[in-house]
Design a protein around this ligand. Structure first.
Ligand SMILES: [Zn+2]
Length: 298
């Protein structure tokens, strides 16, 4: 008799699991409300990213190509659905169409230097774009929210700075979607744009990234020179209307350069805008799967 009861219980359990599975595949997309603590926990758990939780890019860095920071771990898939929330609707109405625009971009952060860069942006009524790594999201949650609340843009820069040309499609998905999920859990915002580490991608890879791929037209090589004067000179000697400038908010020398170059560019008549703002200003649509090095007029 007991045996029958146990078998019935097992049958009942199997049945309810099936019902659950069917309900999930029922076709209606589920949009989770941002239950921050829990969502973050489950995303991290699903991805098994917790093992690197405290390992910022800063601590892992190693020189390679234009940037640094490899890491060779593996992650498990993330399959949570999430609401796609656009950034604060970019308001380009205040921009002066007679004046040139430049998009400063800061990769690999956030770090302890990011707030210094945000401060100088704020003081100069300027905006920038921060391509962040998923591995630093939880440590710098407040900074991420500050980035967005002050009208700047966040872009996706993978979870742990993988060279995406070397990974499987599954790993690519995890690196991009997993980082989106972490950023969403921390801020309620999902990045609209992506920059592959080292700028390493080709047409085929860009298509798989499923976001507009943003590269750059001015490379300060700040990760290599760590020299404020060199960074400032590289920008001021080369900058032109429609440039996308590559920097990294991991270094004191870069933060110091930002303090010089931001007011100077404003003084020279440049409007410092986010990548998305610049695309609107230029009437260029940021199409997913395509890459953008600059937004020159022609
Ligand atoms: Zn990078």
């Amino acid at each position: 008799m007991k045996k029958v009861l146990i078998l019935s219980l097992i049958a009942l359990m199997i049945l309810s699991i099936n019902i659950g599975a069917n309900a999930k595949e029922g076709g209606i997309q589920q949009y989770n409300l941002p239950n921050l603590g829990h969502a973050k926990y489950s995303v991290e758990k699903a991805l098994d990213f917790s093992v690197y939780a405290s390992e910022s890019v800063e601590e892992q860095q190693e020189t390679k190509s234009e940037e640094q920071v490899p890491a060779d771990e593996e992650q498990a898939p993330a399959d949570e659905e999430q609401a796609l929330i656009n950034p604060e609707q970019q308001d380009t109405s205040e921009l002066d169409y007679d004046k040139p625009v430049v998009a400063l971009t800061f990769d690999d952060g956030p770090s302890k230097y990011t707030p210094e860069i945000l401060e100088v942006l704020r003081e100069n009524n300027s905006k920038a774009t921060f391509f962040v790594v998923g591995s630093s999201v939880n440590k710098y949650k407040d900074t991420l929210n500050q980035i967005i609340n002050e009208g700047n843009e966040i872009g996706n820069h993978t979870y742990n700075h993988k060279d995406l040309t070397t990974v499987t499609d599954e790993e690519l998905y995890k690196q991009v979607k997993g980082t989106d999920d972490l950023i969403y859990s921390a801020t309620g915002y999902t990045p609209a744009i992506m920059r592959p580490p080292y700028g390493a991608s080709d047409d085929e890879l860009n298509k798989k990234i499923l976001k507009p791929v943003i590269k750059w037209s001015v490379d300060t090589r700040d990760w290599e020179n760590r020299n404020t004067e060199m960074i400032v000179n590289e920008i001021l000697e080369n900058v032109q209307d429609g440039d996308i400038v590559l920097m990294h908010d991991l270094y004191e020398s870069t933060a110091e350069a930002a303090k010089i170059v931001i007011p100077e560019l404003v003084e020279r008549g440049y409007q410092l805008v986010t990548v998305s703002e610049m695309s609107e200003y230029r009437g260029i649509s940021l199409t997913e799967g395509e890459q953008f090095y600059n937004m020159y007029i022609n």
